[in-house]
Design a protein around this ligand. Structure first.
Ligand code: PLP
Length: 339
């Protein structure tokens, strides 16, 4: 019942991705509350599996997991050193000359890393900025020099090769651990692995790691069922009308729980009773979803929306998004169980 998060599956996915890059250390990206699954539970489990390098987006996220990880775990902050941020126990990945000089002025002996822009134009020092501070920055002994791939989930994309070449050129002769690959980059092969890989979504069962073990199942309790006559309609806008005598179940979740209203637009979203699919009918409301359970022999206590038949990427496809967004949108109202 509720959201079940399979911690051993996360650990197995981490090991499987680490094995794809045997010559590199494998870190773990636990930003956005470990992609919505609960960083306070997930980060220590990944430490137990062997990860020592963790990545968060914000210092505040780092402060949440710091007490749950032993001293030898490094927590890197991808947004770097933002003005006024407390970075005690954390390692900012400095993204600009401004961040570099701010950090060195305020924490002259504090550990830091550097993020370089190899072409994505999102975060990181541009080649010219890097050239200007490179010797001073390297003299400070960075814990990591990293960059990020924009198109790693498209193996044929020419940006992969050009970003790799740019990163190599910028880090030639650098005597610090280097990192370029997230989940997609790990799958691109050893040229992309360098010293440390940074898997995120693959740990949580999402594409592009097609061999991942599924991590989440989500079952929604049925609040009420009713019989509906032909010609009667269901839900906001009367957008679904029964064509036959029907049995309708109303389950306790909606768009406030991360199940986007757009998921029901095409009428292809299913809820599951074991192996039997039941179509979602009508509109998804804030807290409620209506389902046609006419063809079930018995009405169960709950219906699954994420299961072995319908994973996060399958649901994502229905609303034109990606598994990352489904995971990070999973609501806080579900009863959560960690295996
Ligand atoms: C989110 C992120 C990752 C992890 O990416 P996945 O595609 O989820 O594996 C790695 N590095 C950086 C810089 C990121 O922003």
């Amino acid at each position: 019942m509720g959201l079940i998060i399979d911690i051993p599956a996360i650990q197995a996915n981490w090991k499987a991705l680490a094995d794809r890059a045997p010559e590199a250390r494998a870190g773990a990206v636990v930003k956005a509350d470990a992609y919505g699954l609960g960083a306070e539970r997930v980060a220590p489990a990944l430490y137990a599996a062997g990860a020592r390098d963790f990545f968060v987006a914000l210092a505040s996220e780092g402060r949440v997991i710091r007490p749950h990880l032993p001293e030898d775990a490094q927590i890197f902050v991808l947004s770097g050193h933002m003005d006024g941020e407390d970075l005690t126990g954390l390692i900012p990945l400095l993204n600009s000359p401004e961040q570099f000089f701010r950090d060195r002025a305020l924490r002259p002996r504090g550990p830091f890393g550097l993020q370089l822009d190899s072409g994505m134009n999102r975060l990181g020092l541009e080649p010219g900025e890097w050239a200007a501070i490179r010797s001073e920055a390297l003299a400070g002994g960075p814990r990591l020099v990293m960059s990020h791939l924009a198109c790693a989930d498209e193996p044929e994309h020419e940006a992969n090769g050009s970003q790799l070449a740019a990163f190599r050129a910028m880090t030639e002769g650098v005597d610090a651990p280097r990192s370029l690959a997230a989940t997609g980059g790990i799958l691109l092969g050893p040229d992309f692995h360098f010293d440390l890989v940074r898997p995120g979504v693959g740990l949580y069962g999402g594409l592009p790691f097609a061999d991942a073990r599924p991590v989440v199942t989500l079952s929604l309790p049925i609040i009420q069922t009713r019989d509906v006559k032909p010609g009667e309609s269901v839900g906001y806008g009367y957008s679904w009308t029964a064509q036959r005598p029907s049995r309708v179940a109303t389950v306790a979740a909606g768009y406030a729980d991360g199940l986007a209203r757009a998921l029901a637009r095409q009428g292809e979203l299913k809820l599951w009773s074991g192996d039997r699919a039941c179509p979602v009918i009508g509109r998804i409301s804030m807290d409620l979803i209506t389902v046609d359970v006419t063809d079930l022999p018995d009405v169960p206590a709950e219906l699954a929306i994420l299961n072995a038949h319908q994973g996060v990427d399958a649901v994502a496809d229905l609303s034109g998004t990606i598994g990352y967004e489904i995971l990070t949108s999973l609501g806080r109202r579900y009863k959560r169980t960690y295996l």
